[in-house]
Design a protein around this ligand. Structure first.
Ligand SMILES: [Zn+2]
Ligand SMILES: [Zn+2]
Length: 159
């Protein structure tokens, strides 16, 4: 009897597809009445090092329970969630990722996000050792420039 070989087909989703799918599914734990976002930190080896939603620190006041000062302010709907009397206690998912991971976990890694990051989070993520920020519809990549990569590393946006 010849030994039977395993089927030599790898029809799994790509790592990008897989993590973006998980990010989409996980948004149900987000803690904001307005938007639900998930950011997943994947290290340089491709291992998941954390999954973060937008929201306050665990066991702190909750926007969903009406404990956020924004709920008691009289700011216009749609005004800034980040400054002024309408500030919300929730951190963006990307802010939670940076605040609750180590630089060793981030260095050379990727942040998968369930939606395009805001400008502030883009700048923050770009300054934390990551080399890639990926969401459906686009990505930022940190690339070396110059001969043999001797030039400065810059972030390029790919749609
Ligand atoms: Zn809030
Ligand atoms: Zn943001």
């Amino acid at each position: 009897m010849p030994k039977r070989l395993p089927p030599m087909v790898d029809d799994r989703p790509s790592r990008d597809e897989w993590y973006l799918h998980i990010a989409d599914e996980a948004t149900e734990r987000a803690e904001c009445v307005r938007r639900q976002i998930v950011a997943i930190l994947v290290n340089a080896d491709g291992f998941c090092k954390g999954l973060f939603v937008n929201g306050g620190y665990p066991k702190g006041p909750s926007c969903l329970l009406g404990q956020c000062p924004r709920a008691f302010s009289d700011v216009a709907p749609g005004s800034s969630y980040d400054t002024g009397s309408g500030s919300c206690i929730a951190l963006h998912a990307e802010q939670n990722l940076v605040a609750n991971s180590s630089v060793e976990e981030r260095r050379g890694g990727t942040a998968y996000i369930s939606d395009a990051p805001c400008d502030g989070c883009t700048r923050t993520l770009q300054g934390t050792g990551l080399v890639r920020i990926k969401w459906r519809g686009g990505e930022w990549r940190r690339e070396a420039t110059g001969p043999y990569g001797s030039g400065p590393h810059i972030w390029r946006l790919a749609e």
